[in-house]
Design a protein around this ligand. Structure first.
Ligand code: FE
Ligand code: FE
Length: 163
């Protein structure tokens, strides 16, 4: 793919995010299964439903640029998920392992927020109003997921038990 214009880069980054979301769709059910804390489990399940929408919105934004969803695999997400998988294979205290899952999930959310922030900027610069509206819905959900995870981090760990 040639990157000659901002529009080319916009499409390139949308495809990267699409690959990231598709990989997450496979990882989130495993994370929900691995979580012990009921709120964390439910949080992963809720974000799985949101993630389906994120992928669907990217399909729409890409279609608006007359581009397919096909593209290279997002290597960053592959790496983040691989780290999360390694963690899920560890044995240990369930609360500590839950805290580890939150770390993995927040790294994922921050990666997504960085990517969506950039494509929102490009959508604005390129005048893609329809795309921007869709991408803003997604970035808001990523940000609220990140905040919920921060709150959960303080509640999943029973401080008395973890001393
Ligand atoms: Fe997402
Ligand atoms: Fe997300």
């Amino acid at each position: 793919m040639n990157l000659n214009t901002l529009s080319d880069l916009y499409v390139h980054e949308l495809k990267d995010l699409y690959s990231a979301e598709k990989q997450l769709l496979k990882a989130l059910p495993k994370m929900a299964k691995a979580a012990t804390n009921a709120d964390l489990k439910a949080g992963f399940q809720q974000h799985l439903e949101e993630t389906k929408e994120h992928a669907a919105r990217l399909e729409k934004v890409l279609a608006g640029r007359e581009a397919s969803t096909r593209g290279p695999k997002c290597k960053a997400m592959e790496g983040l998920i691989a780290e999360g998988s390694d963690l899920m294979e560890e044995e240990g205290d369930p609360e500590v392992l839950d805290a580890g899952l939150i770390v993995a999930a927040q790294k994922v959310e921050h990666y997504e927020i960085a990517g969506y922030g950039s494509v929102c900027t490009f959508a604005k610069l390129l005048g893609d109003k329809a795309g921007l509206e869709l991408l803003k819905l997604t970035i808001n959900e990523e940000e609220s997921t990140d905040k919920k995870l921060t709150k959960l981090a303080t509640s999943v760990i029973n401080l008395e038990a973890s001393k």
